[in-house]
Design a protein around this ligand. Structure first.
Ligand SMILES: NC(=O)C1=CN([C@@H]2O[C@H](COP(=O)(O)OP(=O)(O)OC[C@H]3O[C@@H](n4cnc5c(N)ncnc54)[C@H](O)[C@@H]3O)[C@@H](O)[C@H]2O)[C@H](O)CC1
Ligand SMILES: [K+]
Length: 502
């Protein structure tokens, strides 16, 4: 798990580390540049021309070190400087001194960017040291480079993006953002999706123990965090050990949602999965998913009653395809007040809660809510931006003592005590109908298998994102929710047979 600290603390963190290790800050910059080059060389061949844009701070220093290292590996490099080198950081100056003299180096004051021809742009103009929005010449440069037909890579953060808050004005638009040691908080914000591109986090060796003194309850999930939470089963485990769960949902035309949630639960490993649907869902589910036991409500088209003897189940997921009519609302209210084990609340069940304060008051510590951004704002009101959204999410959890999973890029698990876990798996291809239903099934399954609600949320979100990644490898924008379900089992295999991030 990587602690996400403020960009303002990065300098302090570096100092602490270099002091403890007895190394120079220059050497830490070398490590960062080496990590970047190792990643870069795996992605791009030597034929591609590279233009590296360097400011005069340490981000620019990284850029110069990267230029030197890639040049020595036979890559075609041109360096562009911005700012007065006399005022540069000392590690920038050291790197400029040792920049091989046969690297073409130009100052942006003396170069007409329209003449630039390059395959790759590396942006090392500004990092976490930004102290005001971009303006003037620098803004013009960033705008020009953002629109260039080239592969664009941002070092640490896209230049112009503040590390912890929402962007004011403009920032570099990257295809890849390669951030050092931990993702800066703003890289988690949906508002910055088009600035960040694909996010890569590189370890530069600063151990988590150095992060202890920096106040933060925000974390970025890593594969190890999931593996240590997995329950171990033995050779004589029986289906009772894998849990008995129920998924409640569906209405006329939306029975597929319960199908996906139920199949998601089965593929996550539940021992027994039951679905509770309106009558119209019975034949559909029995025919399409014979592994699921189907129970029906009295009404043909909507859920108008609760299943008998709900305590049979180890966990219940409710919401997918359910509808928001009054009868459904009553059913939800009864479930939330009577069922004492864990409940996963999704989709229309969240929409019902958003419209009914009395039901909202029933949210308790045994519940996990899984809204996407729009559902969340229905629940808490319009949010100004993602900073506001995250604050409201944490306040919501503190008041109701529940877990809230805010779905989106870097889906965020918010805990009642203020902790936030940002997911590191997932893909833009998950943004398609039904994927939320799959998550409900996965979460309900994990809880049914005996995971704590917290561990179920962490593992569930991670596996769901990874299944999305695996499913979309060849299908890209054609990936659909049922493809993701089919990849769930493989996520356990992939996770257990690999090291590092995905
Ligand atoms: N542990 C790590 O992650 C490491 C990170 N490294 C890199 O260092 C930068 C941060 O470097 P810093 O010198 O603190 O700041 P910057 O390079 O981002 O910029 C400072 C520079 O820019 C001027 N400035 C600020 N805002 C503006 C603006 N809007 N317009 C123009 N100029 C601006 C400011 O006055 C300074 O002169 C981090 O991101 C990493 O890339 C290290 O390599 C080591 C390890
Ligand atoms: K940058």
């Amino acid at each position: 798990m990587l602690k996400i600290i403020s960009g303002k603390d990065v300098n302090k963190l570096d100092l602490k580390y270099i002091k403890a290790k007895g190394i120079l800050s220059f050497e830490l910059m070398e490590k960062a540049a080496e990590a970047f080059c190792e990643w870069y060389m795996k992605q791009f061949d030597r034929k591609k021309t590279i233009a590296i844009f360097c400011g005069i701070g340490n981000n620019g220093g990284d850029g110069l070190a990267i230029a030197r290292m890639l040049f020595r590996q036979g890559y075609k490099i041109c360096v562009f400087l911005y700012g007065d080198a006399d005022n540069a950081s000392s590690d920038f100056k050291s790197n400029l001194r040792i920049l091989p003299s046969n690297i073409v180096t130009k100052h942006l004051n003396d170069f007409d960017l329209k003449k630039l021809e390059t395959d790759i742009v590396i942006d090392a103009l500004l990092g976490v040291g930004i102290n005001k929005p971009l303006e003037g010449q620098l803004l013009g440069i960033v705008q020009y480079l953002s629109n260039l037909k080239a592969v664009k890579i941002a070092v640490d953060v896209p230049s112009g993006l503040p590390s912890d808050t929402v962007l004011e004005g403009e920032a570099f638009s990257a295809d890849f953002t390669v951030s050092f040691q931990f993702p800066k908080l703003s890289l988690m914000f949906p508002e910055h999706g088009h600035n960040i591109g694909e996010l890569v986090i590189l370890d530069i060796g600063i151990d988590q123990s150095y992060f202890k003194e920096f106040e933060s309850k925000q974390f970025y999930l890593e594969p190890e965090d999931i593996k240590i939470r997995h329950k171990k089963y033995h050779r004589a485990s029986h289906k009772g050990d894998y849990g008995k769960v129920m998924l409640i949902g569906g209405s006329l035309g939306k029975v597929g949602a319960v199908y996906m949630a139920s199949k998601g639960a089965l593929r996550t490993g539940s021992g027994l999965v039951s679905a509770f649907v309106p009558k119209c869902g019975l034949n559909i589910l029995q025919a399409s998913l014979p592994e699921v036991m189907v129970e029906i409500s009295n009404n043909e088209y909507i859920i108008d009653a609760l299943p008998e003897n709900m305590e049979r189940f180890d966990a219940i997921g409710i919401g997918p395809g359910k509808g928001t009519d009054i009868k459904s609302a009553e059913v939800l209210q009864k479930l939330m007040s009577r069922y004492k084990k864990n409940i996963v609340i999704d989709a229309d069940a969240i929409n019902i809660i958003a419209q009914n304060e009395e039901i909202k008051d029933l949210i308790r510590d045994n519940m996990i809510l899984t809204p996407h951004v729009m559902e969340f704002e229905r629940l808490v009101g319009k949010c100004i931006d993602h900073t506001d959204r995250l604050k409201k999410a944490i306040d919501f959890c503190a008041v109701h003592k529940c877990i809230l999973i805010l779905k989106g890029p870097n889906t965020t698990i918010c805990m009642p005590d203020g902790r936030m876990y940002f997911n590191s798996t997932g893909t833009k291809y998950l943004a398609t109908g039904g994927t939320g239903d799959v998550l409900t099934g996965i979460l309900t399954s994990f809880i049914g298998q005996g995971y704590s609600a917290e561990n179920a949320a962490i593992c569930g979100v991670y596996h769901h994102g990874l299944a999305g990644q695996l499913a979309s490898v060849n299908k890209l924008h054609g990936t659909i929710a049922t493809d993701i379900i089919d990849k769930i089992p493989e996520t356990f295999y992939v996770l257990n047979h690999s090291a590092g991030n995905f």
